[in-house]
Design a protein around this ligand. Structure first.
Ligand code: 8YV
Length: 330
């Protein structure tokens, strides 16, 4: 193909060079080879003349941006969550949107489970104590935490990742499973997992370890706030690998400080990368920087999937994980 006729795309974050090289086989590629997200105004300026954009979960693709970039035909994200993209605005203007489901399910479930275990067994809290030189003697109840095996695992949001966490709990650790989800699983799915469906309130009351895996939307904003935390057992833990904003971080910090729940494990935050200052000062919380999907092979697979979507959307073929494939209909 004549190089000047090739579609132009922007890769809006630093990603793997091998994926950029693959995109260069098909496109004129402009890169923002940086770990700092472009602002909305910068994105709009950089997207003039582009037909496609490769984003992470961090670039806001708003209706305003779509209107200001009339040449744009495809927005392909390497994230599974797409709350940063105004999909209806894209659809209305015929812009294809894709996300990256599937490839990160098991890696994210591994991490969610690990974070829950670290939280229940106080791993990082006890490591800080040791590193500070405070460990001087064996104590019968030193960092005594909660058991995982045999405990009730409560899953809020029973999609792919929720189910993968449920399997780990039931098969690996003999946990009792309970869940709440907008739509209930089929009887066969519930039986296979051995999972009981509960109302959100009953789940909060019964869970020994609550793991949150719901997508973020206005409907799930502060799904867990002070009132919900008050329903939980004082011995319970809460783990969030979904999105900041699903949990009211200020209310959670208060509940942790007052020991109204035992501990929390958080990978995501309201307004991240900023973290609520009160979460930084309570000891009974494990904090990680949004890395649940971050194994080397999985991050590469997420980028490859976004690239495959971009290539199919602009060159030809069926984008494997489009969110609005109706825009491709003639
Ligand atoms: C990503 C995520 O690392 O896929 C998602 O929705 O939250 C993470 O796996 C992140 O969004 C990429 O920016």
């Amino acid at each position: 193909m004549n190089a000047s006729k090739r579609p132009r795309v922007l890769v809006a974050r630093r990603i793997f060079p091998s994926v950029v090289a693959r995109l260069r086989e098909h496109f004129e590629v402009d890169t923002h080879d940086s770990d700092t997200a472009l602002s909305q105004a910068e994105l709009i300026a950089r997207l003039q003349g582009c037909q496609g954009v490769f984003v992470a979960g961090t670039e806001p693709i708003t209706g305003e941006l779509i209107a200001a970039c009339p040449g744009l035909k495809a927005v392909c994200s390497m994230a599974v969550g797409y709350n940063n993209i105004d999909v209806p605005a894209c659809t209305a203007r015929g812009v294809l949107v894709s996300n990256a489901p599937g490839v990160l399910t098991e890696t994210t479930a591994d991490f969610g489970f690990a974070l829950m275990m670290a939280t229940a067994r106080r791993i990082t809290e006890s490591e800080r104590y040791l590193r500070c030189g405070e460990w001087t003697t064996w104590q019968v109840d030193l960092f005594a935490g909660a058991d995982i095996h045999g405990a009730t695992l409560g899953i809020l949001g029973m999609g792919r990742i929720g189910q993968a966490i449920a399997r780990r709990g039931a098969l690996g650790f003999g946990m009792k499973l309970a869940y709440h989800n907008r739509s209930r699983l089929s009887e066969a799915e519930e039986a296979e997992l051995g999972a009981r469906y509960l109302s959100k309130e009953a789940l909060l009351r019964e869970a020994d370890h609550l793991v949150i895996v719901v997508p973020y939307s206005p409907a799930s904003h502060h799904l867990i706030g002070a009132a919900e935390l008050a329903l939980m057992k004082p011995s319970a833990t809460l783990t969030n690998v979904a999105r900041g904003g699903v949990v009211d971080d200020a209310a959670l910090a208060r509940a942790l400080h007052e020991r109204r729940i035992a501990a929390a494990g958080l990978d995501v935050y309201e307004g991240e990368p900023a973290v609520h200052p009160d979460l930084l000062t309570v000891p009974n919380v494990v904090l990680t920087p949004h890395i649940a999907s971050a194994s080397g092979p999985t991050r590469l697979a997420m980028c490859e999937l976004a690239a495959s979507n971009l290539i199919a959307a602009l060159i030809g073929g069926t984008p494997p994980t489009a969110l609005n494939s109706q825009v491709l209909q003639p």
